[in-house]
Design a protein around this ligand. Structure first.
Ligand code: F6R
Length: 366
């Protein structure tokens, strides 16, 4: 049932070209520059007039929400807040009929996320779900939404569900932009045309696996690890750190790269691996200076770079090349090597990758 893979997690990592494709199938029309999301059509008027969007989720799904915040604000010019469901529900939050609340959940059963949307429903908000398990509780509680269609995820550490959530959030951002008229037709055409190629770029990215095994063997005895990124690379860094801690039990932290100098830089020495998302996009130059700060303190840098990069490659101890893509799609590619690094380190440390200690696939109690 693991399809020849040693673990479900590895199988699910390798399924991503397919699962990402499935999450956009039938929803994008690149030639016409059109996004169609059946489960949102009824709420297009609400979306057009919404004051803001509040995303509620936990764990990895919350990280997907952070990517969604960047994309929705960028393309649809609508303010977005991303909330931990557990904090939101107990804060007497300010919500009204003009708010759209999006719940993101792989299982569709997470207790805190359910309670958060129940509360939002009582206050009259429009509820949308982004869930993977069809017919689960959250899709039944929400007014509309879109399934991720990633297929069953068995490994406790979420991998393909995350990239599917990010894909659906990308579609939602473009859909809202389309109905609000905040994106030009030509931009929509070019983004959708590129989005269609993402599954094959993910396939390319998976070819870094052999190189990642080498890097993992160098890092496997680390006691700590820092992940850095800027822009959408920041939620990717958070997700990379969560993956490493949950399956390898190595203490890891994700930070926006520029926050380093406000504290965490004190941790850097030759024992500290720092994994940096340093792809060629708007924050490239800034990330380079962040890498220099780490190198000056003898940190060990593993950089995720764009194919053909030379500058970061010169500075970093190890670099992993991923294909070039529009900044909006960066999380879908940059996440892959981080999943593989965590996976291989955990295997090398003899950890139970598919069922890490103390964790459950679905958290149905608060
Ligand atoms: C991490 C992980 C958890 C879940 C979180 C939310 O790999 O699996 O952090 O993301 O428990 O679960 P869902 O998405 O089912 O609501």
């Amino acid at each position: 049932e693991k399809g020849g893979y040693d673990h479900f997690m590895l199988k699910e990592i390798y399924e991503q070209p397919r699962s990402i494709y499935d999450s956009m199938r039938g929803r994008i029309y690149p030639l016409d520059g059109k996004v169609q999301l059946g489960g949102l059509v009824e709420y297009s008027e609400k979306l057009r007039n919404a004051n803001r969007i509040i995303i509620v989720a936990c764990g990895t799904s919350w990280h997907a929400g952070l990517v969604g915040e960047y994309l929705i604000e960028e393309f649809a010019r609508l303010p977005v807040e991303v909330e931990y469901a557990s904090e939101f529900r107990y804060r007497n939050p300010i919500i009204n009929e003009n708010d759209i609340v999006i719940a993101i959940s792989q299982s569709g059963e997470t207790a805190d996320t359910m309670a958060a949307i129940q509360l939002a429903k009582e206050k009259g908000a429009t509820l949308l779900g982004i869930c993977n398990v069809v017919g689960s509780s959250i899709p039944r509680l929400t007014h509309g939404g879109a399934y991720t269609h990633a297929g069953p995820e068995i490994g406790v550490a979420s991998t393909k569900a995350f990239t599917a959530q990010v894909t659906v959030l990308t579609l939602m951002a473009l859909y809202i932009a389309q109905i609000k008229g905040t994106i030009s037709q030509s931009k929509l055409i070019s983004l959708l045309t590129e989005l269609e190629t993402i599954p094959s770029l993910v396939e390319e990215t998976l070819k870094t696996n052999d190189q990642i095994i080498q890097i993992a063997s160098e890092l496997q005895d680390s006691r700590n690890c820092i992940f850095l990124g800027r822009g959408t690379g920041f939620p990717v860094a958070l997700e990379g750190a969560l993956k490493l801690k949950e399956i390898s039990y190595i203490h890891a932290e994700g930070y926006p790269a520029a926050e380093m100098k406000h504290g965490p830089i004190a941790l850097i020495d030759e024992e500290m691996p720092v994994i940096v998302i340093a792809t060629k996009n708007s924050s490239y130059e800034k990330v380079i200076s962040n890498i220099q700060e780490v190198k000056a303190r003898k940190g060990k840098v593993v950089a995720i770079v764009t194919e053909g990069d030379v500058d970061v490659k010169d500075m970093a101890d190890y670099s992993i090349e991923i294909p070039h893509a529009d900044e909006a799609f960066l999380p879908l590619l940059a996440t892959i090597p981080l999943q593989l690094i965590s996976y291989h380190i955990a295997v090398m440390r003899g950890c139970n990758v598919d069922q890490p200690r103390n964790l459950a696939k679905s958290v149905t109690v608060e």
